[in-house]
Design a protein around this ligand. Structure first.
Ligand SMILES: [Zn+2]
Ligand SMILES: [Zn+2]
Ligand SMILES: [Zn+2]
Length: 175
C-alpha cells in the first residue's frame, strides 16, 4: 500500500485512478496494478491523502521514484504501512520478518502449508483466514472460502481494513 499525499478534495476515486494511469505512462501499467483503497484526511479542507493498493512491481518503482504526476501537480508518494498482512501466517499488523505466530506458513493462494511465494497450485484459491473463522461459526453463518487470503473480497481482510479506516478517522495524523 502507498499513500499519495495532498490530493485535491474535488477529485474522486475513479478520476484519481484514471489520472494517475494517464499521467504516469512510465510505469507501464497493467490491469490490477493500481486500486483505490481509502481516503485519509489530514490536510485541512482542501486536500486529503489517497491510500492505494499497488502490485509489488509498482510499489518497488514508487519507493524509488517517491512521486507521481497528477494532472499539473507532482504529488509525493510514501509507503503506507498501517495495513500489513503477514506473508507467513496471513494475519494483519505485522510482516513476515516480525512474525511470532507459531502457526504457519500458510499459503495466501491455496491455504496449504507453504509460503504463498512457493505455491505451485494452479486453479481455484482457498482462504486460510476464512477457514479459521468458520471453525467458530455455525454452519449457516459460515463465510465462503473460495478466494485467496490477500484479496479485497475476503471478509476477514475487509474487516481488518475497516478497523484501520475507523482508527484513521479518529486520529488523522497518527501513522
Ligand atoms: Zn505472521
Ligand atoms: Zn499454495
Ligand atoms: Zn477470506
Amino acid at each position: 500500500m502507498v499513500r499519495l499525499c495532498r490530493v485535491d478534495q474535488a477529485i474522486d476515486q475513479e478520476e484519481l485512478i484514471q489520472d494517475l494511469i494517464y499521467f504516469n505512462p512510465f510505469l507501464n501499467w497493467s490491469k490490477g496494478d493500481l486500486k483505490f483503497a481509502f481516503w485519509r484526511n489530514g490536510h485541512g479542507k482542501r486536500y486529503r491523502d489517497a491510500i492505494l493498493n499497488v502490485t509489488p512491481r509498482i510499489y518497488g518503482i514508487l519507493m524509488q521514484q517517491k512521486k507521481l504526476q497528477l494532472c499539473m501537480q507532482t504529488t509525493r508518494i510514501t509507503s503506507f504501512s498501517r495495513f500489513i498482512q503477514c506473508g507467513k501466517c496471513l494475519k494483519f499488523g505485522h510482516t513476515l520478518k516480525n512474525c511470532l505466530d507459531p502457526d504457519g506458513p500458510f499459503c495466501g493462494w491455496c491455504a496449504g502449508d507453504h509460503l504463498t511465494a512457493d505455491c505451485e497450485k494452479l486453479g481455484s484459491s482457498r482462504c486460510h483466514n476464512c477457514e479459521v473463522l468458520n471453525k467458530n461459526l455455525k454452519y449457516s453463518s459460515r463465510y465462503r472460502t473460495d478466494h485467496d487470503a490477500t484479496t479485497q473480497d475476503c471478509p476477514v481482510l475487509k474487516r481488518a481494513l475497516k478497523a484501520i479506516e475507523r482508527s484513521t478517522l479518529r486520529d488523522p495524523e497518527k501513522s
